[in-house]
Design a protein around this ligand. Sequence first.
Ligand SMILES: [Zn+2]
Length: 435
Amino acid sequence: MAVVGQRHARHIIMPPPNLPPHSQHAILTAAVAVPYYQVVPPQDVQPDRPIGYGAFGVVWSVTDPRDGKRVALKKMPCVFQNLVSCKRVYRELKMLCHFKHDNVLSALDILQPPNIDFFQEVYVLTELMQSDLHKIIVSPQPLTSDHVKVFLYQILRGKSPPTMSKVLHRDIKPGNLLVNSNCVLKICDFGLARIEEPDECIHMTQEVVTQYYRAPEILMGAKHYGSGVDIWSVGCIFAELLGRRILFQAQSPIQQLELITDLLGTPSVDDMRTACDGARAHLRRQPHKPPSLAALYTLSSQATHEAVHLLCRMLVFNPKKRITAADALAHPYLDEGRLRYHSCMCKCCLNTNSSGRQYTSDFEPVCHQPFSYTFEEGLTSVRVVKEKLHKFILEQQQGNSVPLCLNPNSISYKSFASSQVAQPSELPPSPHAWD
Ligand SMILES: [Zn+2]
């Protein structure tokens, strides 16, 4: 099952023998002078190095000096440039600290912030994942139907109610689905996430979701949408896992909608209920298209009846008729993925000496504390967010015997400090202005 293991091994770089002791070249160090504290030597010999650059942060692979384990260090630079960016970071940190789910990335620690007057950047430690679904899909490594099933199972498990069903991720794409060498998958990057909005009168932004994975209701200018937008993205990724290519790879939002209607056919008037007038008029001007869902069988030899049946339930134009994460998990296509995951990959079932594998009573666990957005009330200025964020980070560190900070004397510090986030041109295109 190992997909990323061998590839990862090629990137191990041995440091030259005359390097200073580890404590001097590691980026992370203890933030306080603790007499009994000793730096634990790293469990492997990899130097700190960059592993990913997203729209909202830079990620490095580093060693935690407290236990010698490799972890991911995410730098969120220029947090307090404007109210939108600092609220996004605050929300993402809150979510990273709130979620405790095997298929959702969570924060292990946050680096100790400086005095609030010098507080400009936020650094979060998370578990280190060796790869992501995008890298795996475009790699030459074989993807068996077992892989597809166990990946899809974990994506839906991470999205399933009540853990995440009320939280709209809004940017689920292969690059945001991290995978480790055991094929364990974790959903990450909650920078765009928000809670499901029960009031249909409240307008929500359409500036979400990388275009290829954008649900038709968002493409058609719906002012309100629900967790169906994430299921649509998961459906696109399911097809991409089967076919090893992006399902709807269009150059513009209009063409994106065209590719979708080529496959699903022209939607009915009822299925376009939430669309804006301009988008509805655009589709009405187009010649009527019949559905061509049988094309999904040509994705690959793994596109069996069961696979295509589930895929067709996810790729439904009308979000109200689209399958939910919970119902998708109950689909027979995922039975093997569930079995494989809980036989050898999960943390919830245990091997015992006497009676073999002891399975959990609840394969898709319940989150008892729903995520609440009340913390966003009153965040009216950058200064207020800065103070609350500073306080929140200090609160998170209570109970940590040794808080961490950056080591400016380390050999990697300069390149870490200068690493930047994506340029605006690399960000997803804006939604189409219909009117
Ligand atoms: Zn389990």
